[in-house]
Design a protein around this ligand. Sequence first.
Ligand code: UDP
Length: 256
Amino acid sequence: MQTEVVSNLSYVNGDLDEFISYMNQHHISQRRGAMIATVNPEIGYAVMKDHAYHQVVSSADYVLPDGVGVVLMSRMTQSPLKSRIAGFDVFMSMLDLANKQSKRIFLYGAKKEVLEAVKQRIDTEYPNVVLAGSCDGYQADKRFVAKQIARSKPDMVFVALGYPNQENFIYEYRHLFPQAVCIGLGGSFDVFSGTVKRAPRWMIKTNTEWLYRLIVNPWRWKRMLNIPKYAFAVLKESKGKKRYYPEQVKDQTKQL
Ligand code: UDP
């Protein structure tokens, strides 16, 4: 897949269909695992502020621009991305593939009742999908969940814990299920289950989904301030006014 670098993250530069057919050809049909990170401006800003989290997200095999803000900033900093690729749409497309190929999936995240509704919808709308296992997102022992995932031998692992927990979880434990394509999905289970409504189609098309989220969840305003903060930070950085990443880490062994 072609990529484009925006603020030290190398994003997939394509559209949803290209990405899904690439994933199918190179990973899903071959049972070759991968980590997919879906980065919106909030996550982009968190990555700029936290080097450990940057390391986790940039270790993903595919970083998707899951927010119009990321695409906008890519264009303003002369590294244009073709389009947004929303995590939710990737989830739906991967379920389609899983249904066509009778793949095994593991669902991890969200509240118990949300997870139950997700499982029910998958059962009726994607009858050939094999539910290898599931676990709600409020278990204290993450290592135990990881072992449960490994034992179930899934082809796809959908992790909907919100950031940064979902990326940190995949980063830490993906070696236990190397055949699986793992993706962090934020609040996608809430939307898929109907617990939370996604923005109307016209808002998605006009790139104002973020505004819908703010209207529906006004308590999020503080968190959403990170969107303009991200934009300013990327611009500042692209003009060479601020570095958000440290110099190359020194090779300590040479000093011994
Ligand atoms: N969640 C979870 N465990 C936690 C905290 C959150 O499973 O300890 C779930 C929560 O129920 C919701 C999702 O993670 O389904 C996070 O949704 P949010 O919209 O905050 O995520 P975002 O897409 O903004 O990262």
